[in-house]
Design a protein around this ligand. Structure first.
Ligand SMILES: Nc1ncnc2c1ncn2[C@@H]1O[C@H](COP(=O)(O)OP(=O)(O)OP(=O)(O)O)[C@@H](O)[C@H]1O
Length: 400
């Protein structure tokens, strides 16, 4: 016990930004459904450090959801102990416990007959906050998840896109400022681009809030991107490996984990590196008021060179080759629109995707207000992948 409380202290210091993060500890927690002979979760012991995001990954049916739901007692453990911030979760009133833990799930579970504002205010309402405080908090939460208050607060869930519903789900989970957030495949039901955006937003939020987050997913890439640590679970939630994404990618504990990590571990390490970690390249640019000739002159004579057209606020809008510039009357319509851009906080995986959706071999990097900052080229990414692979081979050599 003394060991667990000393880790709680250390975690709270290093992980918490708003001072109220808590450590979660599971001690030989078992769940046996009905009178099934084999438990769904068999004697799991793990510590989820304060202020960290821990991701449970593992095959379907291995017990991820059951393990998570025992933390807020949506499922009662058959045996074992769970402490949250040093308090015995099993001795607390279950309703109170649940109100003190944010919970976001794939099906979102927004109440269809309540507006967005009312949905976000549900838990604060149950906690007895007054109307003005709930209203202020609701507005703050909408702002936090990037939705315009005036436009969204009075809408009903059916008037939202899937991604917006997920954002409201996260806003609602955070509304009462719980120190712990449980997220069960919260971004499972949206398209890959929206999913990537929601993941980025969660990372931004978490950098600000420093909650203790338990996140369940099937998707190992999502785990690598979001997790401070990943718990790779096998049958009955047996912990196959519990470590940082870097360590698991470099040294999977056994063949099962290696199978889960899948092919291309070095490629996956691209999700661990950010655009700000590598040096940006430059391409010739011109603002939209300039002439096609001006940009063409900047391209010089290099084979296959492309230039970037920026709008008046220096935001990238179009790509153009010399040939396209020679035929154009204005930069406003020359070439092709920029399909996708990334920012400095984006992962190199996102940059790779942007490169692949863009025919010119570059991902455009923008600053906070969308202004052009530089580009990441396919050659730079290939070199980074090569470097990671060499490091990875070094790691293998060290362990065998
Ligand atoms: N209410 C229940 N009654 C009986 N068995 C259950 C119940 N809920 C889950 N199980 C069983 O417990 C095991 C673990 O289920 P759980 O939902 O925790 O797995 P999971 O890893 O989250 O799966 P998935 O990734 O498919 O959501 C499964 O074998 C499942 O069939």
């Amino acid at each position: 016990m003394s060991e667990s409380s000393s880790t709680a202290g250390a975690g709270a210091q290093s992980g918490s930004r708003d001072g109220d993060s808590v450590e979660i500890h599971l001690d030989e927690v078992t769940k046996r459904y009905g009178n099934q002979s084999a438990p769904a979760v068999d004697s799991v012991t793990m510590t989820i450090p304060a202020g960290e995001t821990v991701v449970f990954v593992g095959p379907s049916g291995c017990g991820k959801t059951t393990t998570m739901k025992m933390i807020n007692r949506l499922i009662e453990p058959t045996s074992g102990r769970i402490t949250i911030g040093g308090r015995d979760a099993l001795s607390l009133n279950p309703d109170e416990l649940r109100r003190s833990i944010g919970y976001a799930i794939q099906q979102v579970g927004l109440f269809p007959h309540l507006t967005v504002g009312e949905n976000i205010g549900v838990v604060p309402g149950l906690l007895g906050w007054d109307k003005a405080r709930i209203r202020a908090r609701t507005e703050e939460m909408l702002d936090l998840v990037g939705l315009e208050v005036g436009e969204f607060i009075g809408r009903f869930p059916r008037q939202l896109s899937g991604g917006q519903q997920q954002r409201i789900g996260v806003a609602r989970a955070l509304a009462a400022d719980p120190p712990v957030l449980l997220m069960d495949e919260p971004f499972g039901a949206v398209d890959p681009i929206t999913r990537g955006n929601l993941q980025d937003e969660l990372m931004r939020l978490q950098a600000e809030l420093g909650k203790t987050i338990v996140f369940v997913t099937h998707d190992f890439d999502e785990a690598v991107k979001l997790g401070d640590r990943i718990a790779v679970l096998g049958d009955q939630s047996r912990i196959l490996q519990y470590d940082t994404p870097e360590a698991i990618l470099a040294n999977p504990a056994d063949d099962t984990v290696a199978g889960f990590v899948g092919a291309g571990a070095s490629l996956k390490q691209l999700t661990l590196l950010r655009v700000r970690d590598i040096e940006l390249e430059e391409v010739p640019t011109a603002t939209v008021e300039e002439t096609p000739e001006a940009l063409s002159a900047r391209l010089g004579s290099r084979q296959g060179a492309v230039g970037l057209v920026l709008d008046r606020r220096r935001r990238p809008i179009r790509w153009a080759t010399r040939r396209e510039l020679s035929r154009a009357g204005t930069l406003a319509t020359v070439g092709r629109p920029v399909a996708d851009s990334v920012d400095r906080a984006s992962t190199l995986q996102d940059a790779l995707e942007a490169i692949l959706t863009d025919d010119d071999g570059y991902a455009v990097v923008t600053r906070s207000r969308g202004e052009y900052a530089g580009v990441v080229g396919i050659d730079t990414l290939m070199a980074t992948i090569r470097q990671l692979r060499e490091q990875h081979e070094g790691d293998d050599g060290a362990t065998s």
